[in-house]
Ligand binder design. Sequence first.
Ligand code: GRF
Length: 312
Amino acid sequence: MKEELKNIADVFYVRILSPASRIDIMWVNKVFKELGIKDESIEKIAELNAPLSREVWYYSFIKAQEEGKLDAYLNRIVEITGFQESERIKKDLEALRLAYKNGVFKKNLFKIAVLVSGRGTNLQAIIDAIEEGKIEGKIVGVISNRKKAYALERAKKKGIPTYYLPARKGESREEYDKRLDEIISSLNPDLIVLAGFLRILSPWFVRKYKGRIINIHPALLPSFAGLYGEHVHRAVIEYGCKVSGCTVHFVDEKVDHGPIIVQKCVEVKDDDTPETLAARILEKEHESLVEAIKLISEDRIKVEGRRVIRIS
Ligand code: GRF
């Protein structure tokens, strides 16, 4: 996807910016004023008479889009350049806008791969946190072992590359993980997030990505390890626990076991059902996962044995 979008960017650069050279930052500034778009950054760059770089170019159309004036902006481009394929321009620009929002063109962004099997509300929380600027990073790929996982749809909607990797009959965990690794290594993520991924990773994979895989578990570990979904909440209620919650932890070779990064609690109420408890915990899961990814991406934790210490 990155390559494809880079090509589109190049086409634009060649087709619109370079040959004309009639479009420079002064022009962008002038048209923005014409359209009533106020933007300090563009004004400042115009004052400096700096060249119209690709980044400024992307920025200008995103701004125009946000102001609901992209069409007018593009029409002026077409007018000035005499370039007639405006429909195509609009389509290409839309793809670029999406890519820009997902950070494809930003350098050195923290890269996250997300592994899923289900509805993907935790994935959504990460997507939202990135869009809201809470996490400085980008999701480089979402991989699911289940074709119907709604998480894949959530990713597609945002232009994030998706991969469906079903298990093969009779295949060992390690064999699956070697195929998984073909995708992962091509994405080269800084962090692998298991967000409702219903597979246990092989020791081979866990060792290869030691300290770079995290998981979210809907209970307060080490209690109720190894259970998933509704089973966890049912077990918590049946045991008579007064609190439950969620745990984000590094993944090691034992299930639900690695060093704990973030935990959050909720009260277990007398009239709770597994569903009501799950719903309250899910809200905490979203907060916890975002918090953990933020801490890791900002390099604000260190691991000492089992303890994850925050560095302020
Ligand atoms: C969450 O409860 C998570 O703790 C568990 O699987 C569930 C995934 O939910 N590991 P979602 O697909 O992110 O909505």
